[in-house]
Write a protein that binds this ligand. Sequence first.
Ligand code: SIN
Length: 438
Amino acid sequence: MNDSSDILIEPVAAPTNEVRALIAELDRTLSAEYPPEQRHGLALDAIFQPHIRFFVGWLNGEAVGCGGVALFDDFAEVKRMYVRETARGRGVAQALLARLDAEARAAGLAMLRLETGVRQDAAMRLYTRGGFRQCGAFGAYASMRPEALATSVFFEKPVGVAIRPMSESFGAEVIGLDLSRGLDDAAFRCIEQAWFDASFLVFRDLEMTPDQHIALTRRFGPLHIMTPLHYNHPDHPEVMVLTNLEEGGKPLGIRRAGMGWHSDGEDKQVPNAGSFLYAHVVPPEAGDTLFADMYAAYQALPTAMKQRIAGRRARFSRVDMHHVHYPHEPALTEEQKRERPDVFHPLVRTHPRSGRRSLYIGRWARDVEGLHPDEGRALIEELFAHASNERFVYRHRWRTHDAVLWDNRCMLHSATPFDEHRHTRLMHRTTLEGEVPA
Ligand code: SIN
């Protein structure tokens, strides 16, 4: 006979004597082991509340486990799950968890994580490492006693937003944002904090009109209108259009923009704080965007290099580098050259919000102030070789309705080519005003 075939999981509205005895026994053990603040709602009457669905697991007629899922307005939580040690190997714990999971799902909640066999502290570490953070519409709890049972289960409510880090050091995915339902301040603050923590955010399957795109960007700070204006959306100058589409031989946006490592506005006195790129049409292959973490790149520099670049400024020159990065575009006119004079920015900048230092270079950085142009160029190239090492890089493979918000103050990015003759790529970008790098 299968070990778990004789397990019965039964929903109960009120405790039977047998269940009371089971819970009392487990409560006693837990009370001895855990300080009061870690015993969340252990009392029986706390379990049998209207908002808690409670289940008992029976094995051969004996109550060997019980568990409850609490369904609150903005989150769900497995209040506890107890299983007698002797019953663990019989699948009661798994069966109970499956039952609790089904219950939560039926209530419209998606289970994010479920662990068995871990203590609270270990569970909380797993919880953090696993990419879930307590935020807005989140509930998280871990319990209990390793021998009897240890469980941690996390749920999110789909109407809220969840943040899932994409790697140890940078990048996070925002899950569940639905702009048609609005975005309250608490959820927005959660997203904004995640942006500062992770430097770039990915939103998948985001339905976003140009108006919504502009409105959402504006919540992060003042918008920057890109020039020249003719690459911007005809009805929404705040939106820059990046595309290979044409109408009657006239480009509908800027072509091949952003090839080569850069941060937006680096060639201006006041570079842009952030950029928010949204995919309307993507090619079936290629056309990815690369992102590189300049906090990590700076951190990883050898001490001698950190000393060498400390206090130095790079010369960013649109005039000298235009033909390198935009060979397909007309040469700059004298007027355009006057509008885009060289600027100097520190090679190491400090993020105004996080206070962290990052390497600040980019494709318009030609050389280094105070060094011979050849020496300055060689230094920039050496820094580029370091900064673009794959350990600092994430490749975003676009899907339609992806949006990516990145922080230009601590990241580089680079567009990559695709077959422009066979495929279409249509992206909208909003851009945030920034501050003078320091
Ligand atoms: C950009 O540099 O802003 C555009 C990146 C891309 O289109 O992949």
